[in-house]
Design a protein. Structure first.
Length: 409
């Protein structure tokens, strides 16, 4: 089944109703529950996830839940029949069959109505439970959770390096791409069900909130905000917040606050807070996303820089009243801010060849320093290797020492 996700009129993700297929182990073909042939769904050659091994994780959960409900219903009806027969002095061992000679009991793959131990074992490999509320990774088994962990990281990397505020269609497409790539990386085959897609796209707000949380203490320390309650401190904080945002003064190494002379500002896009934010968000250690999925950050993209600058501005806005008040890093309020920073970066990049080269050097420098911060380049693997010259020199020294000792004897 090809990956897909549905949205309602309010823009919320909706699992909707879609056909749950039961898979036959011998033929690996879906069989519709209502015995009607399933209608084919359009597939995207570029973005489709691999076909499921037996069924999608969500399908497996729903199929098992339906089978459990049928079994419980069978037990209740069976008890009622036995009670009725005991009153009449008769004993009935099984339910009456329908006119066509078939009972209401679902037949298993062997056609005998019994559940074999092997079939129970196969069901144990599938996710055990599904919740009617918000989809969660822990609803699924260990294998699916491992795939989700990889897919979540890939999804975060895309929104961090391409656009942190994608529309619904783009977010769904990225989630399906991430799921397919994760399945290939882990050599698994499952289709991305709507619930799986929803779990992945929940990383949108989580990634934005995480970046802002890492930037908040940096803004307070590097821009000189004070958490005091004195009136003059509150007034200074308020003025500082306003001046930092005038023509994006906070992106400069020397912002020259309160001055409207452009020449007074020095070092555009070189303020140390940009580097520190990149380090903390994607290069915290040797296995962080910026290292493990380096293709998204080599070099640091214009979009990643704009994302960081938007988070910084959101943290500055929290000081707008003079006392820090938490603000939500929401799409509605900060998508226009992001687009403005992205436009400024692109305008500088397209100013001339020299401007393009300067911005490229800034982006490459951010990556170089971030990799060093992660520790991935702090210890060279070649430092402990002896060169041929060093080995030859050691040999000559040993031979000379032996010759001198022999002459002395």
């Amino acid at each position: 089944m090809s990956p897909r996700a549905l949205f309602d009129d309010d823009g919320e993700y909706d699992d909707g109703e879609y056909d749950n297929g039961e898979y036959d182990d011998d033929e690996y073909e879906p069989r519709a529950v209502n015995n009607d042939p399933p209608s084919p769904e359009p597939r995207s050659q570029r973005y489709s996830s691999p076909e499921p091994r037996y069924s999608s994780p969500a399908n497996a959960l729903q199929d098992r839940g339906r089978a459990s409900d049928d079994a419980q219903q069978f037990e209740v009806e069976d008890e009622e029949v036995h009670e009725l027969d005991e009153d009449e002095g008769e004993e009935v061992d099984e339910l009456d069959e329908d006119e066509d000679g078939k009972g209401d009991v679902d037949m298993d793959e062997n056609g005998d109505g019994d559940v074999d131990e092997e079939e129970e074992d196969e069901e144990d490999d599938e996710p055990l439970t599904i919740h009617s509320g918000r989809p969660r990774a822990k609803d699924y088994n260990d294998e699916v959770q491992e795939i989700l962990a990889v897919a979540n990281s890939l999804f975060r990397c895309r929104l961090s390096s391409i656009c942190p505020f994608p529309d619904h269609a783009t977010a769904t497409e990225w989630a399906q791409l991430a799921w397919g790539e994760a399945c290939r990386e882990l050599k698994a085959r499952y289709a991305a069900s709507p619930r799986i897609v929803k779990i992945i796209t929940q990383r949108l707000s989580q990634a934005r909130s995480e970046l802002k949380a890492k930037v908040k203490p940096l803004v307070e320390n590097l821009y000189g905000f004070n958490g005091g309650s004195a009136s003059h401190i509150i007034r200074q904080n308020r003025e500082r917040a306003v001046n930092l945002k005038v023509e994006s003064a906070f992106v400069y190494l020397e912002p020259a606050l309160g001055q409207h002379d452009h020449t007074a500002r020095k070092g555009m896009y070189r303020h140390p807070i940009i580097q520190k934010a990149v380090n903390a968000m994607w290069f915290a250690n040797k296995i962080d996303e910026g290292i493990h999925y380096s293709r998204f950050f080599d070099p640091i993209s214009i979009q990643t820089m704009a994302f960081v600058l938007t988070a910084i501005q959101c943290a500055i806005d929290e000081w707008g009243t003079g006392a820090r008040i938490d603000r939500t890093f929401s799409l509605k309020e900060y998508n226009p801010v992001y687009k403005n920073h992205e436009a400024n970066l692109k305008a500088f990049d397209g100013l001339c060849d020299n401007a393009h080269q300067i911005l490229l050097e800034i982006r490459q420098g951010l990556l170089k320093e971030a990799r060093f911060h992660s520790g991935v380049q702090s210890i060279s693997e070649n430092l402990g290797t002896l060169s041929q010259d060093a080995l030859t020199a050691a040999l000559n020294e040993a031979l000379e020492e032996r010759a001198n000792n022999g002459a002395a004897e």
